[in-house]
Design a protein around this ligand. Structure first.
Ligand SMILES: [Zn+2]
Length: 116
C-alpha cells in the first residue's frame, strides 16, 4: 500500500496578489531590459544630476498616455532622481508640469525633480 504523499499536505505559499497589468509585465520583459541596458550605455548620465544612470524613465508617464517604446519619451535617471520624479508623479506635481507645456512629447529636461 502506497504511503500518503506528505508533500501534498504542505501548505503551499500563497501566490502574491500583485496587480498584473500591462506596464508591470512589460517592464520585466526581456525586450525592455535589453532596451534599458542599451539606452543607458548610450546615455550613461542621469539627465537630472549627471550621476551614473540606473534606470530608463518615461518622461511622460505611460499611465497618462506617454509612449512606452518611443525613444523620445525616454531619459536616463539615477535612482535618486527617479525616486523624486516618481514621488512628484504620484502627487501629480510632475504630471501637471507636463500638461503645462502643451502636451509636448519631451518636456524640458532637468526639471524640479533633481535629486540634489
Ligand atoms: Zn540624478
Amino acid at each position: 500500500m502506497p504511503s500518503m504523499n506528505k508533500r501534498s499536505r504542505r501548505t503551499k505559499p500563497k501566490p502574491t496578489k500583485r496587480k498584473a497589468n500591462h506596464n508591470t509585465s512589460v517592464y520585466h520583459s526581456m525586450d525592455w531590459r535589453k532596451h534599458s541596458k542599451q539606452y543607458r550605455l548610450d546615455n550613461p548620465q542621469c539627465v537630472g544630476c549627471g550621476a551614473k544612470a540606473r534606470c530608463v524613465d518615461h518622461i511622460i508617464p505611460v499611465r497618462i498616455g506617454g509612449s512606452f517604446w518611443d525613444i523620445r519619451n525616454h531619459q536616463s535617471l539615477c535612482n535618486g532622481c527617479h525616486a523624486k520624479k516618481s514621488s512628484d508623479e504620484s502627487r501629480d506635481i510632475y504630471i501637471n508640469s507636463v500638461k503645462n507645456i502643451d502636451q509636448e512629447l519631451i518636456p524640458h529636461r532637468g526639471a524640479s525633480w533633481k535629486c540634489n
